[in-house]
Design a protein. Structure first.
Length: 338
C-alpha cells in the first residue's frame, strides 16, 4: 500500500457512480469528527461532574495544619486530602495511613509553600496559636480559618474542653456543607463515651497520666489535653492538681511524684523501642515509686494525639477503660498492636 496514494471507492446513493477520494483526506475527516465528538463528551462529563459536586455541597480542596482538625474531617467523611506534618504524625503515633489518601505538605512547623501555592486551595485550617506566625503568608495562598482548640494558658476561664471539641466538629461540618454528618458523629461519640463510662466499676483512686522522658524526668497530662478531657468525661479524677501549663501537660522530676497516691497510667513513648517503658520501670529510679512497687499501674500504647479531636479521645478512652477493668497486674495493654 503506497502512502497517500491508496484510493478508497464507494457508490453514491443517487447515481451509483464510483466516487474516489484519497484515503488520507477521508480518514482525516473521520478523525476530526471523532475528536470533536470526544471533546464534546469530555465537556459534557466535566459539566456533569461540576453539577454533581455542587449538588453534593463539595468545595475546593482544603489543607489542614492541625491533626485534631484533620482527623475530625476524616471522621465525618470529608478528609482534607492535605495535611502539614503528616509523616511526623504517622511516625509519632506509629500508625501509617492514619489520615487516608492525604498528601503531606511538609513539616508541622515548616510547610512546603511552593506545593501549597500550586494546589488552588479554598481554605487552610489552623489551630492557633500554633502556626499563627505563618498566617500572613498563608493568607496570600488561600482563605485561612482559625479554630482555637487547646492552649488553656488561662486555666481558670471555665472552658469546658469537651464542648470546645464538640463545637470544632460542628463547625467543620458546616464548613464542608455537611452539618448532618458532624451532628451524627457528635451523637455517636457521646453514645460511645456513655457506654465506656457505664463499663467502669467504682474507681475510687485518682489517676495520674504520665509519659516517661528518661530515668529521671516525665510529663504529666491533665486539663488542656486529650487525657484530661477523657478523664473528666468518664467521671474519673486526675491526681495531678498542680499547674498544667498552656498545653495541658507539665514536665516533672521523679522526686515530685513520690508523694502522689494514685494509680499511674504510663503512656508509651514514640521515641522508644516497643517495651521501653517497662525497661525504665524495672531499671531506673521509677521502680521505687510507691505505685510501681505496689503494681498499681498500667502501660497504654500511644495510638492517639495528645491534642487531638474526638477520634484521638476515643482511642485513648477505649484503651484506658480496658486497662482499668483488666485484672490487677502490671501487664502492658495494647502492645501487641505495634
Amino acid at each position: 500500500m503506497l502512502k497517500n496514494h491508496h484510493v478508497f471507492s464507494f457508490y453514491t446513493q443517487n447515481t451509483g457512480k464510483i466516487v474516489k477520494h484519497k484515503n488520507n483526506l477521508f480518514c482525516r475527516s473521520i478523525r476530526y469528527k471523532k475528536i470533536a465528538l470526544s471533546v464534546a463528551l469530555l465537556i459534557s462529563l466535566l459539566i456533569s461532574n461540576v453539577a454533581m459536586a455542587n449538588d453534593d455541597g463539595n468545595s475546593a480542596p482544603i489543607a489542614a495544619f492541625d491533626f485534631a482538625i484533620a482527623e475530625t474531617l476524616t471522621a465525618i467523611g470529608h478528609p482534607s486530602g492535605f495535611l502539614s506534618g503528616l509523616t511526623e504524625y504517622e511516625r509519632y503515633l506509629r500508625l501509617d495511613g492514619i489520615i487516608s489518601d492525604a498528601t503531606n505538605l511538609g513539616g508541622r512547623r515548616f510547610p512546603n509553600f511552593e506545593l501549597l501555592a500550586s494546589l488552588s486551595l479554598q481554605h487552610i485550617l489552623i489551630s492557633p496559636p500554633f502556626h499563627a506566625n505563618l498566617v500572613p503568608r498563608l493568607r496570600e495562598i488561600a482563605d485561612v480559618k482559625e479554630y482555637p482548640i487547646y492552649n488553656f494558658s488561662d486555666s481558670d476561664n471555665g472552658h469546658n474542653h469537651w464542648e470546645i471539641v464538640e463545637e470544632l466538629t460542628r463547625q467543620l461540618g458546616i464548613l464542608v456543607n455537611d452539618p448532618v454528618a458532624s451532628e451524627h458523629y457528635i451523637k455517636q461519640t457521646n453514645h460511645h463515651f456513655d457506654n465506656l463510662k457505664s463499663q467502669l466499676n467504682s474507681i475510687n483512686s485518682s489517676l495520674l497520666i504520665v509519659r516517661l522522658v528518661d530515668d529521671r524526668h516525665a510529663r504529666v497530662f491533665g486539663k488542656g489535653s486529650v487525657e484530661g478531657m477523657v478523664l473528666s468525661r468518664l467521671g474519673l479524677k486526675n491526681a495531678w492538681q498542680n499547674d498544667m501549663g498552656q498545653w495541658g501537660m507539665t514536665a516533672v522530676s521523679a522526686s515530685s511524684l513520690f508523694k502522689t497516691d494514685a494509680k499511674i497510667i504510663f503512656i508509651e513513648s514514640s521515641y522508644d523501642r516497643v517495651g521501653g517503658r517497662r525497661q525504665l520501670l524495672s531499671d531506673g529510679q521509677w521502680r521505687h515509686l510507691p505505685s510501681v512497687k505496689q503494681d498499681n499501674y498500667v502501660i497504654l500504647p500511644l495510638n492517639y494525639w495528645h491534642w487531638g479531636g474526638f477520634p484521638s479521645a476515643l482511642r485513648f478512652a477505649e484503651a484506658l477503660v480496658e486497662a482499668l477493668e483488666a485484672p490487677a497486674e502490671p501487664q502492658p495493654v495494647g502492645t501487641s498492636h505495634h
